[in-house]
Write a protein that binds this ligand. Structure first.
Ligand SMILES: *Cc1c(COP(=O)(O)O)cnc(C)c1O
Length: 447
């Protein structure tokens, strides 16, 4: 049952019966389904086409940030699809809007907020767009500053919003360099600093506690992009500095987290939270064609997007019902297992003469380079290891990172800022912990 499909079908069938019962008072009708007789055939064709994918659900897929949604999330999403609610307005999705508010409240509570403004979005990019849009309205024309390892969309979003953007350097572990940040702050005109807790390439955690100390001194709006790392607030096995950053996350002005990254959700689920509920003022609109019919808050009144999948909220609500967002809970243990797997893989790689290990992982992402006399040769070998590992069903990722992230590489010093193609593995699945020895073996064979 590799894909657990029968499992999904059983779960779903029971819930669908229950849902049918909720609408039992309606007269029966004959649904008109164009192409009814040919559905199985075209679906079989689609299934065959989907075979052309890496096996994201399998523990030997250890490449990019792709985590299988929880079976209960898939079932809840499919269940909601029977109605296809739209969380723009209560009229489009009454139950799913309320479920969204409850689920988002639980996420905010995870970050220590009980009073806040927040909602789901189609993903992290749109959530960050909302955060920087509000930041720009609060400090018009002022700079947005993020680190060179921040997600590439921050500079692009700033461009869309016509806000000037500046990137500051990082230390050798990919965390924002505070001396560089302070230099930018002294230069003046910084309206917003974006701190990343869990960078996309390395899983690096910017030192939020010390960035907050700089906020006291210089004053700026602080946005935390925790699209990838946010849930690690619940993990108990982070190293001290990363843990401190997650502990003071409630001091931020806004936070982004992606339930579709580490929160076991299907794609189409990001989340934006503002500490100050008064930020709702910026969203006010008065369009004659949206269909608000009650005095209760409609999510469309506090989000930039109009139509949004109510099914995303239903899947998230159901998942959090099953696995509450708490420390030492089952969900937190899943994150801890991935992190432990990453530490073990890092140790195996550090002991292997074929490789130059990157820095110790701060979350669950491991990076390493191929040992070779030059950066060019190392890049070539990384590609080779990537291909040979794939032949053994071990799927890794490639990344281009500054050579200085690989200390002990013996490449010329002049190479330090130049990118090298290296290997990267994101160990997001709890199964990765029991599979990490096997992953190590296959990697060794590939090398
Ligand atoms: C993935 C990611 C994003 C972008 O989120 P999407 O959901 O892919 O749009 C932004 N920031 C960080 C740190 C991320 O890891």
């Amino acid at each position: 049952m590799q894909l657990s499909l029968t499992y999904d079908a059983e779960l779903l069938a029971e819930a669908l019966d229950r849902l049918e019962g909720e609408f039992a008072g309606l007269p029966g009708f004959e649904a008109e389904v164009p192409g009814e007789g040919r559905m199985a055939a075209v679906l079989a064709e689609a299934a065959q086409r989907l075979g052309d994918n890496f096996p994201y659900f399998h523990p030997l897929y250890a490449g990019q940030m792709l985590k299988p949604p929880h079976p209960v999330a898939r079932a809840a999403y499919a269940l909601a699809m029977r109605l296809n609610p739209n969380n723009h307005a209560l009229d489009g999705g009454r139950a799913s809007s309320r479920m969204e508010m409850e689920a988002v409240r639980e996420i905010a509570a995870m970050f220590g907020w009980s009073r806040f403004l927040g909602h789901l979005t189609s993903g992290g990019t749109f959530a960050n767009l909302e955060a920087l849009w509000v930041a720009g309205l609060m400090a018009p024309g002022k700079n947005v500053v993020a680190s060179e390892q921040a997600h590439y969309t921050h500079s692009r979003i700033s461009g869309v919003l016509k806000l000037p953007f500046a990137a500051v350097g990082t230390d050798d572990r990919g965390r924002m360099d505070l001396a560089a940040l302070e230099a930018a702050l002294k230069g003046g005109d910084v309206g917003t600093v974006v701190a990343t807790l869990g960078t996309t390439a390395l899983g690096a955690v910017d030192p939020l506690d010390r960035i907050l100390a700089l906020r006291k001194k210089y004053g700026f709006r602080l946005h935390v992009d925790a699209a990838y790392g946010g849930y690690f607030r619940l993990a108990s096995n982070l190293e001290g500095e990363a843990q401190r950053a997650f502990e003071c996350i409630e001091e931020a002005d806004s936070i982004v987290v992606d339930p579709h990254k580490h929160g076991l959700q299907p794609y189409g689920c990001g989340c934006i939270l503002f500490r100050d509920p008064a930020m709702g003022q910026w969203y006010k609109h008065n369009s004659p064609y949206t269909y608000f019919t009650s005095a209760e808050l409609h999510l469309g009144e506090i989000s930039l997007e109009c139509s949004r999948a109510g099914a995303s909220a239903v899947a998230l609500w159901t998942t959090q019902r099953l696995l509450p967002l708490m420390r030492a809970g089952e969900f937190a243990h899943g994150l801890e297992k991935g992190r432990e797997a990453a530490l073990r893989l890092h140790r195996m790689i550090a002991a292997d003469p074929h490789f130059v290990a990157g820095q110790m992982p701060q979350l669950d992402i491991v990076t390493w380079a191929a040992r070779a006399p030059s950066r060019e040769e190392s890049s070539r070998r990384a590609q080779q290891v990537f291909d040979r590992a794939a032949e053994q069903n071990l799927h890794l990722a490639l990344a281009h990172l500054p050579a200085r992230f690989f200390q002990g590489s013996e490449w010329p010093d002049g190479d330090s800022g130049v990118p090298v193609t290296c290997l990267r593995s994101v160990l997001m699945k709890p199964e990765h912990l029991s599979w990490v020895e096997e992953i190590g073996k296959r990697l060794q064979r590939a090398a």
